[in-house]
Design a protein around this ligand. Structure first.
Ligand SMILES: *[C@@H]1O[C@H](CO)[C@@H](O)[C@H](O)[C@H]1NC(C)=O
Ligand SMILES: *[C@@H]1O[C@H](CO)[C@@H](O)[C@H](O)[C@H]1NC(C)=O
Length: 341
């Protein structure tokens, strides 16, 4: 895929030359492999040049030992009332979009956020097998899937398309998907509609879903500044990765993997494996509100709490967390870190 066929390259140049005439169709033109894949997103549309040039890009691999504990990170607020919208197979991803004329939008605020954001859409990333799927990796591990809730800065901007390329425009909340036996009732509302969006261009209404109930039961998260993981890769996104996975059953995953990239007549390949490759961190920091000094981990003198320090300091907690797991004989998956194999 690194070799671009000369004729295809000419076609790309030709398309670029057409400029504004075909702007609307750019939205549909990118893919996750081949000559319109992630390595070329920044070349096929000049407005997406951050996809190739950016240095604050997403997704990233989160390394536990490099996390910075920040005691000033508050817990995240998400409204709990239910909303309705539409689930779309876009040919690149499975996307849920909130109803345009929603009266009471879901606010996302607090946590690391300086502004109030309005929930807008959910992206589903997943693998065609269990060894890949999530865009963000934790300690080098890819989960079978990742659900991303996107909102835009409602205090500064009017809508997603205005906000996405502006400062502090977007929030992305990332939920890692792990395979489990007990269905998540809120996720179920969406997964039961998978068979209605088998092909590109199909969509189906989803009614009365509570995002807050979809979230895992944790106030702990990791956060960093990055980009949207789809074109144009604008570096306007505050990412919040929750420190627990949510569960999807094998049956739900099976239904998800039946979705196709193409139409019913030409279904092409399965929709899965729609993850952008990992991007370099380039000296960014990933902060966390997980305070291991106060979670019942060893409180010996050799392990001072972060509160006494006048500066941030990296937690060395990969060993602590595994020690804690061993102490309590934790067989269970408690956080995204515990759920690593
Ligand atoms: C969201 O925030 C705005 C501004 O504070 C407020 O007017 C609105 O009622 C909030 N929505 C809900 C559902 O609480
Ligand atoms: C978004 O807001 C901008 C600025 O108000 C407006 O020009 C544009 O038409 C809006 N776009 C959509 C899709 O509503």
């Amino acid at each position: 895929m690194s070799v671009m066929h000369p004729r295809i390259f000419l076609n790309v140049c030709f398309l670029l030359a057409l400029g504004h005439e075909i702007e609307a169709s750019w939205e549909e033109w990118w893919t996750y492999d081949g000559i319109s894949g992630p390595a070329f997103w920044g070349l096929i549309n000049p407005q997406w040049n951050m996809c190739n040039k950016g240095r604050r890009q997403s997704p990233i691999n989160v390394e536990p030992e490099k996390l910075l504990f920040d005691p000033y990170l508050r817990s995240l607020h998400i409204d709990k009332h239910k909303i309705s919208g539409t689930l779309h197979n876009t040919g690149q991803s499975l996307v849920f979009r909130v109803e345009k004329d929603t009266k009471q939008h879901v606010n996302i605020s607090s946590g690391p956020l300086a502004y109030r954001y309005q929930f807008e859409e959910i992206y589903f990333h997943y693998g065609t097998d269990n060894n890949q799927g999530s865009e963000h990796h934790i300690h080098g591990y890819s989960f079978p899937g990742e659900i991303q809730l996107y909102g835009f800065n409602k205090e500064l901007y009017h809508n997603m398309s205005e906000a996405q390329h502006k400062a502090q425009g977007i929030v992305g909340i990332s939920l890692m998907l792990q395979i489990g036996d007990t269905p998540n009732p809120e996720l179920r509302i969406i997964t039961s509609a998978f068979n209605k969006v088998l092909y590109k261009g199909s969509s189906t209404p989803i009614r009365h879903i509570s995002l807050r109930s979809l979230l895992p039961n944790t106030e702990q998260y990791m956060t960093y500044e990055g980009s949207t993981t789809h074109p144009g890769c604008w570096e306007s996104t505050v990412w919040i990765i929750l420190n627990k996975p949510i569960y999807i059953t094998k049956q739900e995953l099976y239904a998800l993997r039946k979705l196709m990239q193409g139409s019913e007549q030409t279904p092409k390949a399965p929709l899965g494996n729609n993850a952008r490759p990992l991007q370099a961190l380039h000296h960014r920091t990933v902060r966390t509100n997980i305070d291991f000094a106060n979670t019942g981990v060893s409180k010996t003198q050799s392990c001072p709490t972060m509160y006494k320090d006048m500066y941030y300091k990296a937690n060395r907690w990969t060993s602590e967390i595994s020690a804690r797991g061993r102490e309590r004989g934790l067989p269970d998956i408690e956080s995204v870190f515990h759920s690593l194999p």
